[in-house]
Design a protein around this ligand. Structure first.
Ligand code: SF4
Length: 316
């Protein structure tokens, strides 16, 4: 096998079952990225989030989303950022979309829930039965400090304890899932094994309970790509992903079942494609248009970064 990334075949050629390169007819999940504004700066962040970012989604775009969600008969809204809680329209939006969505997922960095001005949000999550997906790159302070900055780990633990006190992770309707991603250019360990370790360590050390651990492969785009190039290991990492390609994971790649809306309302097959500026392969390519015409099944726009979703046990 080649060790030169120029010889890696385009993703769409590698996929043997070409049906997997087409989306489902009626996607049920709408993922929205409400902007990259964030209170912390993580080394793995693929949207380059941080306090300096100014691309907050506007109220007008949120209005289009609500209409598109309603007429498209979507079931799940999956909200990401940045720290989505920092978008000024966030509270209003999740209250509004709860009239239509069966499931509301919010991806949180946890720390934001402990900061003045945002401490009301855990209660709002409880009221709306929001599924919380919380980023916790590891179960010990040293590793988390390296990836997310000093002081982040104790605040994350504090936020998890607040959520547990409200019933998250305990009450069937209050789902608390955690996300692990590697702190470097290597593939993550097996989800089931790491989940058991997380559960044991977090309960024994801090009394924390959660539902599931999602193990994510770092996608070689955004800030992580810059890190790989700076360290001169981009090619090695890309080869690692390519060699670990697993055709069985493609059927479940998230792009097959959802539409992703960027902060300015542009539509993508996933938020990795958003970073790569690869719009959907349809003339309905903004949420404003989607609010008038539901999307038909479409060809997925792919790139080398798709090997990040299909390495090992899969991750997307
Ligand atoms: S990067 Fe996006 S388009 Fe590519 S396989 Fe993953 S989810 Fe699908």
């Amino acid at each position: 096998m080649t060790n030169n990334i120029n010889n890696i075949p385009p993703f769409y050629e590698k996929v043997q079952n070409k049906e997997y390169l087409i989306t489902q007819e009626n996607p049920s999940i709408m993922q929205i990225n409400v902007g990259s504004l964030c209170n912390i700066v993580c080394s793995h962040c693929h949207v380059d989030g941080g306090p300096h970012r100014k691309n907050n989604m506007t109220k007008e775009t949120f209005d289009h989303i609500i209409e598109a969600f309603r007429i498209g008969n979507y079931k799940t809204i999956d909200i990401t950022g940045g720290a989505p809680e920092m978008n000024p329209n966030f509270r209003w939006f999740i209250e509004e979309i709860s009239n239509y969505a069966e499931t509301i997922i919010v991806r949180t960095n946890l720390i934001i829930l402990t900061i003045k001005g945002y401490k009301d949000i855990p209660n709002l999550y409880k009221k709306l039965k929001v599924q919380v997906v919380a980023s916790l790159p590891y179960y010990n302070e040293k590793v988390v400090a390296k990836q997310r900055g000093k002081g982040v780990f104790p605040k994350s633990i504090q936020a998890l304890q607040i959520l547990n006190e409200l019933g998250y992770g305990k009450d069937e309707e209050l789902v608390l899932n955690l996300v692990y991603n590697p702190n470097g250019a290597y593939l993550p360990p097996k989800q089931e094994v790491l989940e058991q370790t997380y559960k044991k360590k977090l309960f024994n050390n801090f009394g924390i309970i959660f539902n599931n651990l999602f193990v994510i492969t770092n996608n070689p785009i955004g800030r992580f790509s810059k890190f790989l190039h700076r360290e001169n290991i981009y090619n090695d990492y890309m080869m690692k992903l390519y060699k670990a390609y697993n055709e069985d994971t493609v059927a479940n790649a998230m792009c097959r079942f959802m539409i992703s809306v960027g902060p300015d309302g542009t539509l993508y097959d996933c938020d990795f494609n958003m970073i790569e500026k690869l719009k959907v392969s349809s003339h309905i390519n903004t949420v404003e248009k989607l609010a008038k015409n539901p999307l038909k099944s479409r060809k997925i726009v792919t790139g080398l970064h798709c090997y990040g979703c299909t390495a090992g046990s899969g991750s997307s």
